[in-house]
Design a protein around this ligand. Structure first.
Ligand code: ADP
Ligand code: SF4
Length: 592
């Protein structure tokens, strides 16, 4: 089956000479393989006449075309197609009774489309995009007998209600006014407001307005509002963003409790969290913006191992060139250069909050992972080290220039990604190592013509990381770079950060809560302990092993190693391994 997709944002008919049509061999032979739309000037490509030569892809000056051959058995499995040369979705995940079903894969492969179909908001057209009023009967008939078919029958009867926790909680303050209490009271269909706010640790926030909440507080409020609805199916789209590891473990328990009586689907890119949270996982793969294919559910362990390995054996599909591997037994600290900044006994009072530190130093080419609960002073400390904040006591040796990527990315650029990069970085992003190691590695070369306002959360994050890494500075501070990036993009971002620091002999602090991301990005760890909003104490940087043990002892979570992939896996609380490792102080299991 041939799939021809036009990337609408890239196609700029006023700035080309219809190269796709002019050079298309079937067109030159008199066939109407590509017709230009009279109104928009954009091409319509006939998939039945296209011979798949790929000439149009190479001739298009704006990289606007995708032509792919897909296995013919998928033909009968098309669930939805937006337009003639638009995105299409194959197969769907199945919401299962009393289970947490996870979805794993990049953004832009149809997860939102799948959720729209599964929530009954959109009737799938099974590929017949001209059909303006698709029919549920056809959808149901097209499915084999089983849980998904039964589910759609219930959707058609209108007997299934769905509650959704949206992905971008940072947009909520723009849309909602009033206090947290007002909002939650309105949606409390199950009469669980008090118990749920308490278990999520937001009961002290009820009288605040939505505008006063931090990212992690907004996330917990949104999760709470979803649970309070009386529904049969609950979707959580990226529930872990902005939460620290304590809070991540807490929402794992809360979502699992919900799944004892309800169906739950989660889209989660923190693989350590997905691993403990989900019972089953569907991998989704495809080509961004062109097509997405959901695979049948696998056990969570097998799905994550397969995903990291990059090859889906059942489907015979490679989803990544190389496997993602976790380094073991290597003291990365030993390979780095001379100190850039050192400090000792720092003290800083900020209102009610007090930050203190031990003694430490950061070296050239070193990437320091910064871990600890929300509100323990991580960004404050790094800004002190960069000379951006005054401090009340202690010492810092040198002032360094800093390039900072904040947690919330507020860009007010009415133009393209290219314009954003040009205005921040001048011409230097266009070539050289930076172009290869960062721009291309993060897929930003594919986004250049896209308007900044239309970027997805993950795309915006990727460009912000590139902007931060592209500036001239001594110290780079990236605050939660993993937020909204999919699991693969997280690994690419970690590598891009490491390569930039190594190539330029600079240093970076990376604040993040995703343990896999921290493991891959960090040479050493600065560990924050204390009570969020009250007091924080920074110790380290430690080597990775010592730092992880210290940090995880503080959150009381142990990791074992998967015996095949060697990836870290969170132990079930009070399991035999959990108790053994806790007793021996081996919280991150380097030796298993
Ligand atoms: P995900 O949730 O995995 O990021 P989506 O389901 O939102 O993916 O989108 C997959 C693709 O479908 C995107 O490339 C998007 O441009 C396209 N798409 C989404 N909604 C529409 C629509 N209403 N019309 C045309 N294309 C759409
Ligand atoms: Fe024409 Fe298809 Fe070749 Fe493109 S890939 S030039 S549409 S035949």
């Amino acid at each position: 089956m041939r799939v021809a997709v036009l990337k609408e944002d890239n196609c700029q008919p006023k700035k080309c000479n219809d190269e796709c049509q002019v050079f298309c061999p079937p067109v030159r032979n008199g066939q109407e393989c590509i017709i230009m739309d009279e109104q928009t000037g954009k091409p319509h490509i006939s998939e039945s006449l296209c011979i798949g030569c790929g000439i149009c892809i190479n001739k298009c000056p704006h990289d606007a075309l995708i032509i792919e051959n897909l296995p013919s058995e998928l033909e009968t499995d098309m669930i939805h197609r937006y337009s003639m040369n638009g995105f299409r979705l194959f197969r769907l995940p199945t919401p299962s009774k009393e289970s947490v079903v996870g979805i794993l894969g990049p953004n832009g492969m149809g997860k939102s489309t799948a959720i729209s179909a599964l929530s009954g908001r959109m009737t799938p057209n099974l590929g017949d995009w001209l059909d303006q009023e698709p029919d549920w009967d056809n959808v149901i008939e097209s499915l084999p007998k089983g849980e998904l078919r039964d589910f759609f029958i219930a959707i058609q009867k209108g007997s299934i209600r769905v509650a959704l926790k949206p992905q971008n909680v940072d947009k909520l303050p723009k849309r909602i006014n009033g206090t947290v209490h007002d909002l939650l009271t309105k949606v409390d269909e199950r009469g669980l407001l008090e118990a749920t706010t308490r278990s999520l640790g937001i009961d002290h926030l009820l009288q605040r307005t939505v505008q006063q909440l931090s990212g992690g507080e907004l996330q917990r409020m949104a999760i709470c509002a979803t649970i309070l609805r009386d529904a049969e199916v609950y979707f959580f789209d990226e529930p872990s963003s902005y939460l620290d590891i304590h809070e991540r473990m807490r929402i794992v328990r809360i979502i699992q409790d919900l799944a004892e009586t309800k169906r739950v689907i989660v889209i989660e890119h923190d693989l350590a969290v997905l691993d403990v949270l989900a019972d089953l996982v569907h991998i989704v793969y495809g080509k961004k913006g062109a097509f997405g294919i959901f695979t049948p559910a696998r056990s969570t362990r097998q799905a994550i191992n397969t995903y990291l390995d990059g090859f889906l054996p059942e489907e015979n599909v490679r989803i990544r060139d190389k496997p993602i591997k976790f380094l073991r037994h290597r003291d990365r600290n030993a390979e780095i250069g001379t100190p850039v900044v050192s400090w000792g006994g720092l003290e800083k009072q900020l209102g009610e909050f007090k930050l203190t530190s031990g003694e430490g130093a950061v070296h050239r080419s070193e990437v320091v992972g910064v871990v600890g609960s929300n509100g323990t002073g991580k960004s404050t400390m790094v800004k002190i080290l960069a000379g951006e904040h005054e401090y009340d006591g202690g010492w810092v040796t040198a002032d360094a220039t800093i390039s900072y990527k904040p947690q919330h990315i507020d860009v007010d650029i009415d133009g393209s990604v290219q314009l954003w990069l040009d205005s921040e970085l001048g011409p230097r992003w266009r070539s050289g190592e930076f172009n290869v190691n960062v721009i291309k590695a993060l897929g930003i070369d594919q986004l250049l013509p896209k308007r900044v306002k239309k970027l997805s959360g993950g795309e915006r994050q990727a460009v912000s990381i590139a902007v931060c890494l592209g500036r001239e500075a001594d110290l780079y501070l990236l605050d939660e770079p993993s937020a909204h990036l999919d699991a693969n993009a997280r690994m690419e971002a970690a590598k891009a950060i490491r390569r930039t620091m190594e190539a330029n002999e600079k240093s970076a602090f990376v604040i993040d809560h995703d343990v896999y991301f921290i493991d891959i990005v960090s040479d050493s760890l600065l560990v924050f302990e204390g009570k969020g909003g009250v007091e924080g104490r920074a110790t380290g940087p430690y080597n990775l092993r010592e730092g992880m043990n210290r940090f995880l002892a503080g959150v009381d979570v142990t990791f074992r190693r998967d015996h095949d992939s060697r990836r870290p896996r969170i132990n079930k609380n009070e399991s035999r391994k959990d108790r053994e490792q806790r007793n021996s102080g081996d919280y991150y299991s380097y030796d298993a």
